[in-house]
Design a protein. Structure first.
Length: 578
RNA sequence: GGUCCCGUGGUGUAGCCUGGCCAAACACGCGGCCCUGUCAAGGCCGAGAACGCCGGUUCGAAUCCGGUCGGGACCGCCA
C-alpha cells in the first residue's frame, strides 16, 4: 500500500476505531515513559497520538523524523481522552514503526506559538510551513480562491490569462523589467496589473473577464505589502458602479458563507473619500472601533496658543479625537505617541487635559472636548498641521490607540465602500496626478470642472475596505477616446508620450468600445483580514523581506557573465558617495 | 530618500541606561539515565554563546562612541 492513499494522521476519528491503519507523518513530540512511549504524529491534517509499547522501537525516533507507523486505531482508555486534539478520542496502537527519514534538530520549535525571529523562519520556510497554523492558512487561502472561481464562473465570467511580459510604462509603480535577448537594449516589464489588457478584452467583446493574477511592483515594502501580489482581477462591460459593487458584495458574502460559514450583511455602508479622511484620517478606516476624528479649526481661529495659531495661519487645520478613559494614560505613553506623531512628520502632539491647557481659553478647551465628544475620564489628542499631514497623523494615532487599548471588536466583519473618490490628487511636488489610475471615468456631473477645478472632480472609483484593510478597488473606465486623451493631457502628458505609451489603447477605442468598468481585489490582504493578522507574510507561502530578498533561496543573486553578455547587459557597480 | 526599534548558546529572553562582581543568567529545546498512560509528561545529570561584524574610547566593553551588515515598524513611495 502506498503512503499516498493511507489515512491522514489528523483525520482519524472515533468512528475509525477498530481499523488497522498505516500512518505516515512527522514526529511532533515524543513522551517516553520507559515501558510505554507516546509519539505525536503530524501531517497537514493534524496530529494523532500513537502508542509504542516496545521501548527499543521508539528509542531511536526523534523530533521531525518521518516515520511509517502501522497499527490499530482504538478508543483511548476512559479518562485518557485529550479534548485539545481533534483526534483526541482515539490513538493508534503501534505494531510496526519504521523510520523513513531522519531529521536534524530544527532551528526553531515547530508549534503554533513560535516566537522565532522572522528571518530564521523565512530562511527555513519549509519548516515554518510545517506549523499547523501556517498549513491551515494556506489551505484556507486555497478554499477562498476556489470559492471565488465558483462564484465568478457561475456568473458567466471567464478566466483569461494575460502575458507576464508586457510593455514598460513610466506611470504608476516602478516596473520590474526583463531584458530582451533578441532586441538589445530593450526590455519587457512584468505586470503591475493586467489593467490595459482587461480593458482591451472588453473592446474584444468578452464582456465578463476575471483572472487570479500575479502582479509585481518594485516598491518599498510595508507590513501589508509584498512585491508579488495575487489579485482577483475583474472587468465587465455595459455596467455601472452598482453592478460592480453588487457583484463584489455578493462575492464576499458567498466566500464568507462557503469558506467560513458566516453570513455577512449586504449591501455594505458607503463613505465618500472626504468624509473618510476627516472622520478616520485614512482612506481605509477600521470601523470595528469608534474613535471619530473632529475638526476644531474654527473653534480655535482666534486662539492665543501659538502651536495651533501658526498652523491655522499657514492654512492648516486642527484635528482631534477622544480616547475613552484616556485620563489614565501615563506621561511615558503620551510621549511615545508624540514620538510616533513626529515620526510621521507632525510638528508635535497635544493632549487635553495637558500642559497646553494654560495657553487655551476656557471656551476653547470646552469646545475641543465637546467636538471630540469627550467626557470627564477621557483624554483628547490634538494635532495641528497641513490638512493632509494632520489626516495622516490622526489616522495613525487612531489606529495605534485602538491597538494599544484593544478597542477593535473581535469577530466583526466591517466592510465598507469608500465611494466616490477623487479623480486627481496633488503629489509631493504639488503637481496634479491621478487618484486611482488614468483610465478612471470622471463623475458625469463634474465634467465641466475638468478644466477649471480638477481637484474637485469626483471619480467613478471605489475601494472596498474590510476591518481597516483595503481589500479591493476599481472604477468605471473612460470608454471615449477624446475624453481619455483629455485626461492624459490634464495629467501633463505630451501628445508624443500619449501616443508612445497608450497608442494601442486609443487605437482600440476607435473600433467600438463598450462602456466598461471593473475592480481588483488583493487576495493577500483579504487573507490578512480573514485570519486577523497585520503581517502579510503570514498569508504568503514564500514571502520576501522588506529589502526584497528571499532568505531561503538567497535571491537575488549574481548571474554568469556569459548570460549577461548574451543579454547585452553591463553591470555598473554603485559608486559610494564620498 | 528619511525616521525609529532590534541583533547575546539551537530558540526566546535577562544583563546594556548607571563599563569591572559576566568566559554571561533563566526558560524551552538538545544529549544521557530512570520511569507502563502521557499529551507543554515528570525526575536526576549534562553539553552548549567570548555577546552580528569592523574600528574607536578606556587600565578594563556584551555594556559607551562611530561605521557596516542583517531583520522589523513607519513616513515618502505603492496608477
Amino acid at each position: 500500500m502506498s503512503g499516498f492513499t493511507a489515512p491522514h494522521c489528523g483525520s482519524l476519528r472515533a468512528s475509525d476505531a477498530g481499523k488497522e491503519v498505516e500512518l505516515y507523518g512527522w514526529v511532533a513530540r515524543r513522551r517516553d515513559h520507559g515501558g510505554v512511549t507516546f509519539l505525536d504524529l503530524r501531517d497537514r491534517w493534524g496530529i494523532v497520538q500513537v502508542v509504542v509499547r516496545t521501548a527499543s522501537v521508539a528509542s531511536d525516533v526523534r523530533g521531525e523524523y518521518v516515520v511509517r507507523a502501522r497499527g490499530a486505531v482504538r478508543r483511548r482508555p476512559a479518562g485518557a481522552e485529550n479534548p485539545k486534539l481533534a483526534t483526541g478520542d482515539i490513538e493508534v496502537d503501534v505494531e510496526e514503526l519504521e523510520v523513513i527519514s531522519k531529521s536534524k534538530t530544527p532551528p526553531f520549535e515547530i508549534e503554533d506559538d513560535v516566537a522565532a525571529d522572522e528571518a530564521t523562519r523565512l530562511k527555513y520556510r519549509y519548516l515554518d510551513i510545517r506549523r499547523p497554523k501556517m498549513a491551515r492558512t494556506l489551505e484556507l487561502r486555497h478554499r477562498v480562491v476556489q470559492a471565488i472561481h465558483r462564484y465568478m464562473s457561475a456568473r458567466e465570467f471567464i478566466e483569461i490569462e494575460t502575458p507576464m511580459l508586457l510593455k514598460g510604462t513610466p506611470e504608476g509603480s516602478r516596473d520590474f523589467i526583463v531584458p530582451s535577448r533578441l532586441h538589445p537594449g530593450e526590455f519587457f516589464a512584468l505586470p503591475q496589473s493586467p489593467q490595459q489588457l482587461k480593458q482591451l478584452l472588453m473592446v474584444a467583446g468578452i464582456g465578463r473577464y476575471y483572472q487570479i493574477a500575479r502582479c509585481l511592483r518594485d516598491e518599498d515594502l510595508r507590513a501589508d505589502r509584498v512585491v508579488e501580489i495575487t489579485q482577483l482581477d475583474v472587468e465587465m462591460s455595459f455596467c455601472t458602479e452598482e453592478d460592480v459593487l453588487g457583484l463584489i458584495e455578493g462575492l464576499w458574502a458567498s466566500v464568507w458563507k462557503d469558506v467560513l460559514g458566516i453570513d455577512i450583511k449586504t449591501p455594505f455602508p458607503r463613505l465618500d473619500m472626504q468624509e473618510a479622511l476627516l472622520k478616520y484620517g485614512t482612506d481605509k478606516p477600521d470601523l470595528r472601533y469608534d474613535l471619530v476624528i473632529a475638526d476644531v479649526s474654527d473653534a480655535l481661529r482666534e486662539t492665543s496658543a501659538t502651536v495651533f495659531r501658526s498652523a491655522l495661519d499657514a492654512g492648516g487645520v486642527v484635528r482631534c479625537f477622544s480616547v475613552p478613559g484616556g485620563k489614565d494614560m501615563s506621561r511615558r505613553e503620551l510621549d511615545e505617541l508624540a514620538l510616533m506623531a513626529k515620526g510621521a512628520g507632525a510638528k508635535g502632539l497635544a493632549w487635553i487635559p495637558g500642559p497646553l491647557d494654560r495657553h487655551l481659553a476656557e471656551g476653547e478647551v470646552s469646545a475641543i472636548m465637546a467636538a471630540a465628544g469627550a467626557g470627564v475620564d477621557d483624554l483628547v489628542l490634538v494635532v495641528a498641521d497641513r490638512r493632509r499631514k494632520a489626516e495622516t497623523v490622526m489616522g495613525l494615532l487612531r489606529r495605534e490607540i485602538a491597538r494599544r487599548r484593544k478597542l477593535a471588536r473581535q469577530g466583526e466583519w466591517q466592510f465598507l465602500w469608500v465611494y466616490p473618490m477623487y479623480l486627481f490628487e496633488e503629489d509631493d511636488q504639488g503637481n496634479l496626478t491621478y487618484g486611482h489610475h488614468p483610465f478612471t471615468s470622471p463623475w458625469p456631473e463634474d465634467m465641466d470642472l475638468l478644466g477649471t477645478r480638477p481637484y474637485d472632480v469626483r471619480a467613478r472609483a471605489y475601494d472596498c475596505v474590510l476591518n481597516g484593510v483595503e481589500v479591493s478597488g476599481g472604477s468605471i473606465r473612460i470608454h471615449d477616446r477624446e475624453l481619455q486623451e483629455r485626461v492624459f493631457e490634464i495629467l501633463g502628458m505630451s501628445r508624443e508620450k500619449i501616443r508612445a505609451q497608450f497608442g494601442h489603447l486609443l487605437d482600440a477605442f476607435e473600433y467600438g468600445v463598450p462602456p466598461h468598468g471593473g475592480i481588483a481585489a488583493g487576495i493577500d490582504r483579504l487573507m490578512m483580514a480573514i485570519i486577523g493578522t497585520e503581517n502579510i507574510r503570514d498569508v504568503v507561502a514564500f514571502p520576501k523581506t522588506q529589502s526584497h530578498q528571499d532568505l531561503m533561496l538567497g535571491a537575488p543573486s549574481p548571474v554568469d557573465q556569459a548570460l549577461l553578455d548574451e543579454l547585452h547587459i553591463k553591470v555598473v557597480p554603485p559608486t559610494k558617495p564620498s
